[in-house]
Design a protein around this ligand. Structure first.
Ligand SMILES: NC(=O)C1=CN([C@@H]2O[C@H](COP(=O)(O)OP(=O)(O)OC[C@H]3O[C@@H](n4cnc5c(N)ncnc54)[C@H](OP(=O)(O)O)[C@@H]3O)[C@@H](O)[C@H]2O)C=CC1
Ligand SMILES: C[C@H]1O[C@H](OP(=O)(O)OP(=O)(O)OC[C@H]2O[C@@H](n3cnc4c(=O)[nH]c(N)nc43)[C@H](O)[C@@H]2O)[C@@H](O)[C@@H](O)C1=O
Length: 327
């Protein structure tokens, strides 16, 4: 991968992962980034995507554009999650191959694995059992995307690689109170509860589920290394090995934010999958041992991002909800 001269398209560059990839590529001296916002290029529109690839002909593609959200968003908008993600990935993977892209990196998610598979989760556990119902449409779209990458490699020799990140957090995340993932949602809620001196804050579910969290800049570093050094059909898990219960996470965020009230649990909200810790042996064999940002430091940097940028940050991921969020 020619980082300096190669034409590198980062799809979804304004998002959590896309933003981190752009930061890392820039720090590595990439000078030829091709960037388009959702408003400039709607990747769910096949004609627009094909015109873009015919015109720009990127050498490398990081496909970090997707319809993404937390457990409640996935349960509330299953149709959008499967439709948009199937459309985006299908159009980008096909047009990239058709117009001569040399390599494409696809991002799946740890939710593609069976809900009750052995832990830590190895890549070969894929499709060996039923999925977690709360995000099955999204997971099925992701499985279709990874299979499409493998099929284009097998039939056309297209160098598409597939990565499976664990739960991510960090600067540039979506802080929408209902649609965000747990870390940004709780950072916002603890911050607002501190400012309002609320005596108690409610966390969704039982607090018992376990989650592995990877700081997004650590992910970006791994993705660029995989783009530079890995060309294979096998999918690659990308995780941190840093696993906590949601209750412990809430306590850690409460400490970082400086909230002094009580933490309660809203059992009317879903827990989702009980655990999804990734086995990253394949990644370590490929990249060697990599230092990961610890949770406390990562949360402090994310909280600083929220305080500095949240007013500008997109919180109405689904405009229809924007009004509700402000109620
Ligand atoms: N966040 C996480 O915990 C995890 C994420 N992943 C994967 O990483 C990838 C990136 O996720 P993340 O960065 O968190 O998501 P974000 O929502 O932060 O970013 C997604 C980006 O894609 C853009 N986008 C969405 N739809 C379209 C469209 N139709 N056309 C053009 N652009 C579009 C969004 O633009 P806009 O906001 O303007 O619509 C946004 O910039 C996804 O594939 C996701 O599945 C995998 C594991 C965990
Ligand atoms: C990355 C992965 O992320 C998603 O799966 P998830 O890990 O279950 O997502 P989550 O981050 O929203 O929740 C994690 C846990 O946290 C608890 N929880 C507590 N309080 C809040 C809260 O306020 N908001 C949220 N969102 N969760 C909360 C919540 O009840 C759950 O037990 C997939 O949809 C899919 O997008 C995917 O690929």
């Amino acid at each position: 991968m020619d980082l300096q001269r190669g034409r590198i398209y980062v799809a979804g560059h304004r998002g959590l992962v896309g933003g981190a990839i752009v930061r890392h590529l820039t720090s590595r001296g990439a000078r030829n980034l091709i960037l388009r916002s959702h408003q400039e290029l709607d990747l769910s529109c096949q004609a627009a995507v094909d015109d873009f690839f015919a015109t720009e002909r990127p050498d490398y593609v990081f496909l970090a554009a997707a319809k993404v959200g937390g457990i409640l968003a996935n349960s509330t908008y299953p149709a959008e999650f499967i439709r948009d993600n199937l459309a985006i990935q299908t159009h980008v993977i096909h047009s990239a191959w058709k117009h001569g892209t040399r390599k494409l990196l696809f991002l799946g998610s740890s939710c593609i694995y069976p809900r009750d598979c052995p832990q830590p989760i190895k890549e070969e556990y894929l499709l060996t059992g039923p999925l977690e119902p709360s995000n099955e449409p999204y997971a099925i779209a992701k499985i279709a995307g990874l299979r499409m990458c493998q099929a284009y490699r097998r039939e056309h020799g297209f160098d598409a690689i597939v990565t499976m990140p664990t739960n991510l957090y960090g600067p540039g995340d979506n802080y929408h109170p209902e649609n965000a993932h747990v870390v940004p949602a709780l950072i916002r809620r603890f911050h607002e509860s501190k400012l309002s001196n609320a005596p108690e804050i409610m966390i969704w579910g039982s607090g018992k589920p376990l989650r592995e969290f990877l700081y997004v800049d650590d992910l970006a570093r791994a993705l660029v290394l995989l783009m530079e050094h890995y060309s294979g059909e096998e999918i690659v898990n990308v995780g941190s090995g840093l696993e906590v219960s949601i209750a412990a996470l809430a306590n850690a965020i409460s400490h970082v934010v400086g909230y002094a009230g009580k933490i309660g649990f809203d059992h009317s909200k879903p827990d989702g999958t009980p655990r999804k810790l990734l086995d990253c042996g394949r990644m370590q064999a490929l990249l060697g041992p990599t230092l990961m940002t610890n949770l406390e430091d990562g949360l402090m940097q994310t909280y600083a991002d929220y305080r500095d940028n949240a007013p500008k940050a997109q919180i109405d991921m689904y405009p229809g909800l924007a009004q509700d969020a402000k109620k």
